[in-house]
Design a protein around this ligand. Structure first.
Ligand SMILES: Cc1cc2nc3c(=O)[nH]c(=O)nc-3n(C[C@H](O)[C@H](O)[C@H](O)COP(=O)(O)O)c2cc1C
Length: 211
């Protein structure tokens, strides 16, 4: 088990949620097989979506390929030290509009929800395969959309780096320190409401019978 998971309130969760966390130190010599990459994509493929609209696109960026070069060139400074070391990086986009014009009707009102859900499925499938996954948004979205030829009907969203843990001695100190950051969460009482948003009293009493 990693030192970062499970945190106390995650101890009762099923795997792979229980042991998931966003690792940043990857073994840059590790490669996934095509079949493993395909299995990760199948996890996204079988995510639920509104009206089965499946509004996602996943760009696959394997080290040594043109897509990987395109991604690496646009990474933020904070992400450029660790993302390129992952075995594969997926970049997600959502089908947001039915036409190229900015005011074209939405493809689906829930496209962003659905792409996030597909990303979550891929992330958890990675953990179930003994891999780590780390989602990120720190890259130049405009530049990468252009480099990947993303049409105006689609919106580039996030990256998901997937790989196996590496040796902290192989990376700079700042990157190594990232794997030891505190993992904290807002308590349930702040966001799981048994009543109205503005009803403090019932926030953490979800089964209060109606008055
Ligand atoms: C949409 C999104 C964007 C994120 N962007 C970055 C990022 O640019 N760089 C980074 O290191 N982590 C990024 N993260 C990872 C989060 O910081 C991380 O999931 C959060 O701190 C919780 O930690 P955990 O995943 O280990 O539980 C991002 C996560 C999401 C979902």
């Amino acid at each position: 088990m990693t030192p970062q998971a499970p945190q106390p309130s995650a101890e009762g969760l099923a795997e792979p949620m229980r042991s998931r966390w966003s690792a940043s130190v990857y073994d840059d010599s590790h490669r996934l097989t095509d079949s493993e990459i395909q299995t990760l994509l199948h996890a996204a493929q079988w995510a639920p979506s509104a009206g089965n609209s499946q509004p996602w696109v996943f760009f696959v960026c394997v080290p040594g390929t043109a897509n990987h070069d395109r991604l690496v060139a646009t990474l933020s400074r904070g992400n450029s030290g660790w993302v390129p070391r992952a075995s594969v990086v997926f970049v997600t986009a959502a089908h947001v509009r039915t036409g190229e014009e900015a005011d074209a009707p939405a493809y689906s009102d829930y496209a962003l929800h659905d792409v996030g859900q597909a990303a979550a499925h891929l992330t958890l499938q990675a953990r179930a395969m003994g891999l780590h996954a780390h989602q990120f948004a720190g890259f130049d979205h405009e530049a990468l959309a252009e480099a990947l030829g993303v049409p105006p009907t689609h919106q580039l969203l996030t990256g998901i780096a997937v790989g196996v843990p590496g040796d902290p001695a192989d990376v700079d100190e700042r990157t190594a320190a990232r794997d030891h950051r505190d993992r904290v969460r807002r308590p349930l009482s702040h966001w799981a409401f048994g009543g109205r948003f503005d009803e403090d009293g019932v926030r953490d009493d979800w089964q209060t019978p109606r008055p």
